[in-house]
Write a protein that binds this ligand. Structure first.
Ligand SMILES: [Zn+2]
Length: 615
């Protein structure tokens, strides 16, 4: 899709240390690499490495790794194409697309929209502190936000004139068509936002995607209290979260995210020390937000991350909680609800009771399922047997709707305790509720695609437990998973160091892998597409590694392989020496003997590196 030359230009101009450095503080490590705290898992000592010379990053702690495009995909939760576009925007590269099918936006538009948004954000900020911005400042002041807070969160003010922003941005070289596409002015030329307080909505990397705006004048022509940028090439309301740029690093570090309902709630939380708070913008929290956060939390981990929703204590809040509960499959049992006793939102809580109260609110969270079940059974008289039965019948469908069977038993016990009923009886009701749901299949029946014609391979997968090949397999495993642990020339390893033909073929693929698209293992596979090699790569990438894969560990493995190669060569030489008559062919014999001495010396040297059984 993307022109390969453009892709290469983007790669060259996007220095990985700069791209990663926007998210992680990097310090100089050994072997030309930089180290920092991994943004993808929680850690206290840095095991996240960036190798600028190779253009790779890798975390020895959680195994995340890849090139600059992989990093942007992972950190921003975007597709490969979007990652390239994002970096192209930053690097000022105009991407050319082939085979677009008419789907692709025109080149450069994303960049222009982002630039216009940035200029608009700066303009709105200036307006807030200017003479016309008094109504905006009064609004913020009334909610306990001072000038520093306004600057920290980029809050701005849109003047009431009707064309102020348009005229300002025209003067900055933007044309009306671009401003309409950015959602900053309407088709008829009027400013989209007039007489409102605005919050810039940014992506994790800090680019302004759009704005959320609150009504502050009674005679506002737009009836809605909140107004958001319409859908544009960069602003998709189902995918943006306000505060993500401020919270992202803390979310990854603390393995926790707090979801609040408004822009001022995000501000109040961060100012109170709850620095993992975000809010959805002009739409309910949905599946795409959930996926984005799951990615940031790294919920591949069994323990998962904590997702804490703050809701108003009222009926609307309960309905919202119920909605989250039903779509809970992304977060599982680690979803919590935090409701202030008097139903205050974080912003009001901060102004009325102080910042400690905001921290307490989050600390007092309770599991979402318990919150929902409590609310469902609250309407029943649990002192009466028929009240208890009615309550369990009301709550049973909730429990039976949980997709993760391993959690159901815990929910059943919890419900039994809340109602004061025998767990077996509760389980029967849950079962009955499940049966009542009918036999609707989970997925619609779709005709399966016929399996592709199997590709033949000349290679055979070596046994993973063959002790003679342990060093060869272990070295390849390290090469695939932590290429950074090796020198540029792969610790001087040679194809002949691999005696098994399949391992040798895989190492040849390593040598031939190019800088194209995809992760490092994908590119190794691409260098020699073969079903056996592909399966071997997949197996090696997930096989357990016994020790932390450090540079020293890789050096040991490589040395062990070289020692084995030398041992083979020495054996061959000795056999040759035996067959050579020292008196009849003294010259040849002495030459062979000198080589033998040299190989023995090399072998002794390498043995010093190898620790042997600890491998
Ligand atoms: Zn990590």
């Amino acid at each position: 899709m993307i022109n390969p030359e453009d892709l290469q230009t983007v790669r060259e101009r996007s220095r990985i240390e700069d791209v990663v450095g926007a998210h992680v503080t990097l310090r100089r490590g050994g072997g030309g690499s930089l180290t920092g705290l991994c943004p993808f898992h929680e850690e206290k000592t840095p095991s996240f490495h960036v190798t600028p010379a190779r253009g790779y990053y890798h975390c020895f702690g959680c195994g995340e790794g890849g090139d600059v495009f992989d990093f942007v995909q992972k950190i921003n939760n975007v597709t490969f194409t979007e990652a390239v576009e994002y970096l192209a925007d930053k690097a000022g590269v105009q991407l050319r697309f082939s085979d677009t099918g008419g789907q692709r936006t025109e080149p450069g538009l994303r960049l222009r929209v982002l630039e216009a948004n940035k200029a608009a954000s700066d303009y709105f900020s200036e307006q807030l502190s200017g003479p016309g911005g008094l109504p905006g400042r009064q609004f913020l002041d009334g909610r306990g936000f001072d000038r520093d807070a306004a600057i920290r969160f980029g809050v701005g003010y849109a003047p009431t004139g009707g064309h102020d922003l348009r005229d300002h941005l025209r003067g900055r070289g933007f044309n009306d068509a671009e401003l309409v596409k950015a959602g900053l002015i309407r088709e008829q030329g009027w400013d989209f936002f007039q007489g409102r307080v605005l919050w810039p909505i940014r992506d994790a990397g800090g680019s302004v995607l759009g704005f959320g705006a609150r009504k502050i004048f009674e005679d506002d022509r737009m009836p809605a209290k909140y107004l958001n940028t319409p859908e544009t090439v960069v602003y998709k309301k189902s995918q943006v979260l306000y505060g993500l740029d401020l919270a992202r690093v803390n979310i990854a570090k603390k393995n926790q995210v707090v979801i609040v309902e408004g822009y001022t709630d995000v501000m109040a939380c961060h100012l109170s020390g709850v620095d993992t708070a975000v809010a959805s913008c002009g739409t309910a929290f949905g599946d795409e937000h959930a996926r984005l956060l799951a990615r940031l939390l790294g919920t591949g981990d069994v323990s998962g991350g904590e997702v804490i929703f703050t809701f108003d204590g009222d009926a609307a809040g309960q309905a919202a909680a119920l909605k989250v509960f039903k779509g809970d499959h992304h977060f599982g049992s680690q979803t919590y609800v935090a409701v202030a006793p008097d139903g205050l939102d974080p912003c009001d809580l901060r102004t009325e009771q102080g910042e400690a109260a905001v921290r307490d609110l989050v600390a007092r969270r309770e599991p979402l399922y318990r919150f929902v079940m409590r609310n469902v059974i609250a309407g029943y008289d649990l002192d009466r047997a028929d009240g208890r039965l009615a309550a369990v019948r009301a709550a049973a469908p909730l429990v039976s709707s949980i997709r993760d069977n391993s959690l159901v038993l815990g929910y059943v016990r919890e419900l039994a305790k809340l109602i004061g009923m025998d767990p077996d009886e509760v389980r029967r009701e849950v079962k009955a509720a499940h049966a009542h749901r009918g036999t609707r299949p989970d997925r619609p029946a779709v005709a399966e695609e016929p399996p592709a014609e199997p590709v033949r391979s000349e290679l055979r997968a070596p046994s993973p437990t063959d002790r003679r090949l342990e060093a060869e397999r272990g070295t390849l495993r390290l090469i695939l998973r932590t290429p950074e642990a090796f020198s540029q020339d792969w610790n001087q390893l040679q194809p002949e160091d691999f005696t098994d033909p399949t391992y040798a073929a895989l190492f040849a693929s390593v040598l031939n892998a190019d800088d194209g698209e995809g992760s490092w293992p994908q590119r190794v596979v691409a260098a020699n597409p073969d079903p056996v090699l592909e399966q071997l790569v997949i197996t090696l990438v997930v096989e357990p590694v016994l020790r932390e894969p450090t540079v020293a560990y890789a050096a040991e493995y490589s040395a062990l392989l070289r020692v084995q190669t030398l041992a083979r060569q020495i054996g061959e030489l000795k056999s040759k020496l035996q067959r050579t008559d020292p008196t009849a062919d003294a010259k040849a014999y002495n030459a062979l003997f000198a080589r033998l001495v040299g190989l023995e010396a090399q072998r002794r040297e390498l043995l010093a590196v190898v620790t042997g059984p600890s491998l």
